[in-house]
Design a protein around this ligand. Structure first.
Ligand code: HEC
Ligand code: HEC
Ligand code: HEC
Ligand code: HEC
Ligand code: HEC
Ligand code: HEC
Length: 385
């Protein structure tokens, strides 16, 4: 979709970079100037040299730890959000990504508006969306012109045929109204206008729907600075020690303050953050953790089915929680996301007698492995009450 111009094509491949970017960076970065989780990468090569960028992308934590002023300030500015490290990325991969970022900002914008402003005003819009808008505006403009021209012609005609006499020959409201009636009686024009409204309406609805309720990247500040990086990462406390329902039930569950007290009645008592746990217990008020992941009520999701039966890791759906200082929603949690995995993932049928009959039936009709969709994972009623 992007055009690679001669300069990049020699040593870097923006198309390969686009793929790398979309798969690895796009959940946190935009290629233009807008902030997603991290800063927009537009103009990054003017801000930082290649050596720095390579070190950073390979291991951001070590650049911050080295005391690099720029890195530390950036880290503070983005609320100490840890960027994922990409230690396997060599010069070629990084150059490709940079070439893509550059090319996507240089991609010709086919409108008269200044390219810069347009890119910033509509950060979420894909190239396709922008193109569609331009076509729509052009269509509207043409329609308006045609309408005016037709009105003028009709007016002229009616003048020539002498019907406009009583108005003195000028364009009056009456004659315009009359002409408008004639025009709106014309089937072609009427259906063209109706179609235009249908297209506009559909686009607005779709744009709205795709955005509603999607909270990818959501990482609210919590009432206590509880760190998964410390507890689940460095200390390797098992997830189910705190999320006691996660292998057994629908809800994973958020631990009560008393679970924290198993350790914190002795550890770090003096810390103001830990004092908040004591206060909650003393006042008998639960800690008001802010919910991060939240499906709408119309959808049914069960943890044990996915963790216990399917044998999926938490990471499949929540990202690298043991590396997160603050929990962040990494996936969209949309219906499309659930369905996509159900289409791709094999049923974990090994050692599960429940699936023996299904598996035999499946293997007799298909050479493909048995996916979740084959056991009804795409049926509306499985996920909707
Ligand atoms: C999990 C989210 C996340 C992912 C994935 C991620 N980044 Fe970042 N990135 C950040 C954050 C947050 C910052 C701001 C610094 C900080 O908080 O550590 C940042 C900063 C940067 C910076 C410095 C930006 C500036 O304005 O100076 C560059 C360059 C960068 N990231 C490149 C990448 C590339 C390339 C990828 C993909 C290979 C990537 N990042 C993937 C979150 C992410
Ligand atoms: C010591 C207790 C503890 C351990 C161990 C722990 N968590 Fe948590 N977890 C919490 C608390 C407290 C919260 C609520 C505050 C927050 O969001 O940080 C939470 C929140 C979460 C959330 C977000 C819940 C929401 O609101 O949507 C997820 C996802 C999560 N944990 C996953 C994990 C995973 C995966 C592991 C293991 C790798 C793990 N947790 C280990 C205590 C723990
Ligand atoms: C298995 C033991 C254990 C459990 C359970 C546990 N923690 Fe911790 N927590 C620790 C240890 C160890 C530290 C690190 C103390 C240090 O830095 O010396 C710590 C540090 C912290 C800190 C940082 C304190 C500071 O000021 O540096 C916070 C906040 C915290 N825990 C909150 C919680 C909360 C909330 C829970 C319950 C959801 C919880 N912890 C459950 C062992 C535990
Ligand atoms: C197949 C995807 C998937 C897997 C695997 C998964 N989760 Fe979740 N998790 C979700 C979804 C979706 C939600 C939101 C559920 C809702 O709003 O009803 C969620 C919510 C949560 C929550 C907050 C709400 C609750 O249920 O209490 C916690 C905590 C959590 N998950 C922890 C974990 C842990 C720990 C693991 C691994 C042992 C895990 N999850 C594995 C998809 C998953
Ligand atoms: C990472 C992959 C993955 C994601 C994401 C995922 N699922 Fe699943 N899901 C599975 C697997 C694997 C099974 C098969 C479990 C089994 O063997 O019963 C399954 C089974 C189910 C079932 C039972 C289907 C049946 O036929 O019995 C329901 C319901 C379900 N998932 C709902 C959801 C919902 C709702 C979401 C999104 C919020 C979701 N899943 C996201 C992998 C996933
Ligand atoms: C694997 C689970 C799964 C299956 C199967 C599934 N859905 Fe959904 N559906 C979801 C989830 C999760 C949401 C909520 C997603 C969101 O808020 O973005 C949802 C949302 C919806 C919504 C509301 C959309 C909105 O924007 O509020 C409708 C309508 C819907 N589904 C219809 C269907 C129909 C019809 C089918 C069968 C053809 C179906 N779903 C099958 C998981 C599923």
């Amino acid at each position: 979709m992007l055009m690679t111009n001669g300069v990049f094509a020699q040593d870097a491949d923006a198309a390969a970079g686009e793929k790398l970017f979309k798969n690895n960076c796009a959940q946190c970065h935009a290629s233009d100037a807008s902030v997603v989780v991290g800063p927009g990468l537009k103009g990054i090569e003017e801000r930082r040299d290649f050596a720095w960028l390579k070190k950073w992308i390979n291991n951001p934590a070590s650049v911050i730890a080295s005391g690099d002023k720029y890195a530390v300030e950036l880290y503070e500015k983005y609320n100490k959000t840890q960027m994922t490290a990409f230690p396997s990325f060599g010069d070629a991969e990084i150059k490709n990504i940079l070439a893509y970022v550059k090319a996507s900002n240089e991609a010709p914008v086919a409108s008269a508006a200044p390219a810069d402003g347009a890119a910033q005003d509509a950060p979420q819009e894909t190239g396709g969306g922008k193109f569609f808008n331009i076509v729509l505006v052009a269509l509207l403009a043409i329609m308006a012109l045609v309408l005016v021209a037709l009105l003028a012609v009709l007016n002229l005609l009616s003048k020539i045929s002498g019907q406009g006499e009583q108005t003195g020959g000028g364009i009056s409201l009456e004659s315009l109204k009359e002409n408008f009636k004639v025009l709106s009686a014309n089937k072609t024009i009427r259906s063209a206008v109706i179609w235009l409204f249908i297209i506009l309406g559909t686009k607005a609805t779709l744009d709205g729907l795709y955005g509603i309720g999607v909270h990818q990247g959501y990482a609210p500040k919590q009432p206590i600075n509880f760190s998964h990086k410390l507890h689940a990462g460095e200390m390797e406390i098992n997830c189910a020690y705190c999320h006691t329902g996660v292998y057994k039930g629908k809800q994973a569950g958020i631990p009560s303050a008393s679970i924290c007290m198993n350790c914190h009645n002795a550890i770090k008592r003096e810390s103001p953050e830990i004092q908040k746990i004591y206060t909650a217990l003393e006042k008998d008020q639960p800690i008001e953790w802010v919910r991060v992941h939240n499906l709408p009520d119309l959808a049914y999701f069960n943890h044990s089915q996915h963790t216990n039966v399917a044998g999926l890791e938490c990471q499949n759906c929540h990202g690298e929680i043991p590396k997160m200082e603050v929990v962040q929603q990494r996936h969209t949690l949309t219906m499309g996301w659930c369905i996509d995995c159900h289409r791709k993932t094999d049923v974990n049928a090994k050692g599960n007698a429940y699936y023996d009959a299904l598996l035999t039936a499946h293997n007799s009709t298909s050479k493909e492995s048995m996916k979740v969709e084959d056991i009804g994972g795409l049926e509306c009623a499985k996920c909707h009450y």
